[in-house]
Design a protein around this ligand. Structure first.
Ligand code: FNR
Length: 344
């Protein structure tokens, strides 16, 4: 039985409860035009990438999920094993739980212990002090720090923050003074070009637009509310595809990462074709790790790497950078969004 006596446990079990095998996605409104002559071999396709000053063998990673309880320690150990055996990067869940209660530190440190040489990102929420940011990095000897921005989640979370007055100024201090690269991320509500502009203006160089379409924290926090539910906010935010479209003016200036509702290698390649340097996956990898186990997930992750190279070959693209020049068609609501927001 999955315990549900603590928020971190509830987030994992509710993400699982609401996870759907297949769902309609804006990725389906983004189609590649098929051309019949790839003019290359699968062996020519290189799937390596780089961001946050780190070189990565794969263009996808395990995005922030959990930590903060004994059950989530076990979940993190499984995820860390998957990351270690496949060589993909991994983020922790928010380390604020361990800063408040040192007795749960081991639910995060297990990740570094399991994967001593892996590329790891520490995660914290906005509104944290520089000192806490440094502590989070030190706790797991992180290679980069993710700071999540999640105002809709906080608003709907019964015990969430209600004051967002200083998020940008607090963030600016961290970005300028922490010793590792900082990745600012959403948590599944997506970003607008105005948000990306604000982050750029305070010196943020790597942004995960983490859009709507997968794990839905409006739904999860709503479920945790006893009364005064915000049912009507469960569709709040921009999808991952729309957020990547919003990011287009910044693609050459800022490292854009994608996450939110990634279902398969094709969604990864579509995100890369929209200019993402790499793609994060939380809900689906969590689901695979818990449902199928570590060994099966390792096989699946390795299969995804090969499939990404195969799809790149179909597109005639030898590198992740080249993927940015593919012929694509936008349909339906995604196209309408571009028209209304004046994006070509
Ligand atoms: C998350 N996510 C998350 N993000 C973050 O920055 N800090 C966190 O602590 C958490 N916690 C968390 C718990 C669980 C159980 C899940 C599934 C996810 C959000 C995550 O990193 C990502 O932005 C969204 O989940 C969207 O991606 P997926 O899940 O649709 O692939």
């Amino acid at each position: 039985m999955k315990p549900t006596n603590n928020r971190k446990n509830e987030h994992v079990s509710l993400a699982e409860k609401f996870a759907k095998e297949t769902r309609k996605s804006d990725f389906d409104s983004f189609r590649f035009v098929h051309h019949s002559f790839p003019e290359m071999s699968v062996a020519d396709a290189a799937i390596s990438t780089s961001f946050a000053t780190l070189d990565m063998d794969s263009p996808f990673y395990i995005n922030a999920i959990t930590g903060g309880s004994s059950w989530t320690k076990k979940v993190n150990e499984k995820l860390a094993l998957i990351a270690r055996e496949t060589g993909i990067a991994m983020a922790t869940g928010s380390i604020s739980a361990a800063l408040k209660d040192p007795s749960v530190k081991d639910s995060f440190t297990i990740i570094r212990e399991t994967n001593p040489n892996g590329k790891l990102f520490a995660n914290l929420g906005a509104g944290q002090t520089l000192e806490n940011a440094k502590k989070a990095v030190d706790l797991i000897q992180a290679d980069a720090l993710q700071i999540h921005i999640n105002s809709p989640q906080e608003i709907i979370m019964p015990e969430g923050d209600r004051d967002f007055s200083n998020w940008l100024t607090d963030l600016e201090k961290i970005v300028q003074q922490v010793s590792v690269p900082v990745i600012v991320k959403e948590v599944g509500f997506g970003m607008s070009r105005e948000t990306i502009q604000q982050l750029s203006s305070i010196g943020v160089q790597t942004i995960d637009i983490s859009g709507q379409g997968g794990t839905n924290f409006a739904q999860i926090e709503n479920y945790r509310r006893v009364s005064d539910k915000f049912d009507y906010l469960e569709d709040w935010g921009q999808s991952t595809v729309i957020s990547l479209i919003e990011a287009q003016p910044f693609i050459d200036k800022i490292e854009i990462l994608a996450s939110g509702g990634i279902r398969d290698p094709l969604d990864i390649v579509k995100s890369l074709a929209l200019g993402a340097r790499a793609v994060g996956i939380s809900g689906l990898f969590l689901h695979m790790a818990l449902r199928d186990g570590v060994e099966a997930t390792i096989l699946e992750v390795n299969a995804w790497k090969k499939q990404i190279a195969s799809i790149m070959t179909l597109l005639g693209k030898k590198s992740i950078n080249d993927l940015n020049q593919t012929d694509v068609i936008l349909l339906g609501e995604v196209k309408d969004w571009c028209d209304v927001r004046n994006i070509d």
